[in-house]
Design a protein around this ligand. Structure first.
Ligand code: NDP
Ligand code: NDP
Length: 315
């Protein structure tokens, strides 16, 4: 095995499933790990006892490596860290915060640490903080994202030339060709979110999964940049946000409009009108809800059948 990401995580394929809140429970993470990728639990939506339960269930469902995605904004983060160390989770992906805070503490416990960034500047900072690899996530990605709108196409080559540690590309990747394109741009592996959100094993509500399938080109937007920038499907709640901007809403008014637990309402409870529906631009390429096994089969066979015949056009 020569791939840096497969070696780092001790997995068969350099394919990571994003730890998406309300989607990435034990069923999804274990299914991905069983297929030879790396499954991640999305700890941002889990109370400490729920994370414990999901780690234990993942361990029962797979003997392969898996990890936890830990957003650093999470209110009870110390409890999550304690649980991760106690239950000997081998891999942690941190996001939405300073990589210096927890990296050494986790690494001292023998845990492999990866940090998610949306710019080359923060990729360098993550490398300096001692992480083992970086996920660079472009503007196309769903959910929380960077403010600068740097696309995966521009981000990956820039991060690649500025860091030495392994690089995982994310944002706009759902098909074998997109995986191959990310690797050509310099990535050592990929993190895939939206495609896995629309699988049977995802813990999100069936109505949300159907909504992903029905989302076409132009169906999402990165908004609420004054709070935490987030890419949402353009549903009724999103239209309320647009109207608030038209009325020049203040930051406080936007916070009040967003309220609490909108992501749970939309993605977990299936309230497509009032909920926050977080998904990437690549939803336009997702045409059906399938199993994790089918996602792997499609991606792997597409990559294996690629023929880079275009090189002769440049001779
Ligand atoms: P809100 O503040 O609107 O709501 C908190 C939600 O998290 C509720 O639905 C709540 O469940 C659940 N929750 C789980 N554990 C706790 C806890 N210990 N204390 C309070 N609430 C908890 O936040 P969001 O739904 O927008 O985001 C939830 C988390 O996910 C945040 O930590 C956020 O930073 C993170 N996040 C990270 C992303 C990323 O890294 N890319 C993407 C999106 C979110 P209940 O309603 O049952 O009380
Ligand atoms: P697990 O047995 O894996 O889940 C155990 C606990 O984790 C439950 O408390 C569940 O919530 C919670 N949970 C599941 N996924 C997540 C996540 N990604 N983030 C945060 N918390 C999560 O769950 P199952 O998938 O087997 O489903 C458990 C129950 O939840 C079932 O009865 C299922 O029908 C139901 N469910 C309901 C949904 C809905 O929209 N109402 C969507 C998906 C599942 P909880 O306490 O709410 O069950």
């Amino acid at each position: 095995m020569t791939n840096k990401i497969s070696n780092l995580f001790k997995v068969k394929y350099p394919i990571i499933q994003a730890g998406m809140i309300w989607n990435s429970g034990w069923k999804l993470a274990s299914a991905v790990s069983n297929q030879g990728g790396l499954g991640l639990l999305g700890a941002g939506s889990m109370y400490p006892d729920v994370l414990r339960e999901h780690i234990l269930k993942t361990k029962k469902a797979t003997d392969k490596p898996f990890g936890v995605n830990l957003p650093m904004l999470y209110p009870d983060i110390e409890k999550h860290i304690e649980t991760i160390i106690e239950l000997q989770v081998p891999i942690v992906f941190t996001s939405a915060g300073n990589p210096k805070t927890w990296t050494q503490i986790l690494k001292n416990e023998g845990i492999t640490v990866v940090h998610v960034v949306s710019s080359a500047k923060f990729a360098t900072k993550s490398q300096d903080a001692g992480v083992d690899a970086v996920v660079a996530e472009g503007f196309e990605a769903g959910g929380h994202n960077g403010r600068d709108e740097t696309t995966t196409f521009c981000l990956i080559p820039d991060v690649k030339r500025k860091i030495e540690i392994p690089l995982i590309a994310a944002g706009g990747i759902a098909t074998g060709r997109q995986v191959a394109a990310a690797m050509l741009l310099g990535a050592d592996g990929v993190q895939i979110g939206s495609r896995f959100a629309a699988t049977y094993e995802s813990s999100s509500h069936n109505r949300f999964k159907e909504m992903i399938v029905n989302t076409d080109e132009g169906g999402t937007e990165l908004t609420l940049k004054e709070l935490a920038p987030v890419r949402l499907i353009k549903n009724e709640f999103y239209q309320e946000v647009v109207q608030a901007y038209e009325k020049c809403a203040t930051k406080e008014e936007l916070i009040e409009l967003l309220g609490r637990a909108r992501a749970k309402k939309g993605m977990f409870e299936g309230d497509l009108v009032n909920g926050e529906l977080e998904i990437g631009q690549v939803a336009s390429l997702i045409d059906s809800v399938v199993s994790v096994e089918e996602v792997f089969n499609e991606i792997l066979s597409e990559i294996r059948n690629l023929d880079f015949g275009f090189q002769k056009d440049f001779i």
